[in-house]
Design a protein around this ligand. Sequence first.
Ligand code: ZN
Length: 224
Amino acid sequence: MSKLFSHSLSAALSLMILLMSCKQRSLSAESTLQTSLQKLTAGNSRFSHHHPVHPDEDIKRMVAISKEQHPFAAVICCSDSRVPPELLFDQGFGDLFVIRTAGNIIGGVELGSIEYAVEHLGVKLIIVMGHENCGAVKAFIGGGEAPGHIKEIVDSLKNEEEIIQIPVTDINRLDDCVIANVWHGVKELKTASAIIREKVEKKELQIVAARYDLDDFKVTLLKH
Ligand SMILES: [Zn+2]
């Protein structure tokens, strides 16, 4: 075998191994994302069928997570008392990194919290979840002057491009605005944070939009 041929063969083999390793890494990242999402949907299915198992609440779990946390997903949702993500996804301690504000508004502090979850805790799945009959969105639709700092929430909704596009006369306006607000949150995560954007582009992070229904207790994943 000539020296040149042997060298080319070795280079080709190295490239092949590198490509295979990249593909394996990407497949493994994808399967992690799928598993995390499946854990959430399975948990909500248990909850909505009134058979929650309340995982990760025993003393063994508490001891295991006392030194460090490795949540498998981050949830951005409303502060509304009827939508606690740990309960409606049937998860326990150390499972979810949760950011809640009235109307699931995403500003600088919320972005920083999510970046922390992604960068330092290794979270690979973010779910932005709105819910039926959201009071914050209702306050925006009701119009008028909101008192105190509530105005900041209403003003934030007022400026969302996705909400502005919804006709004022629309019969489903409240729910349409809830969903538009969720999509705004997804866009905000992808555009306002370089850390999040880069990870999404590399397929190391998945962002999912969702709506929770107060009547049937189900979380529906939203698609454009
Ligand atoms: Zn709400």
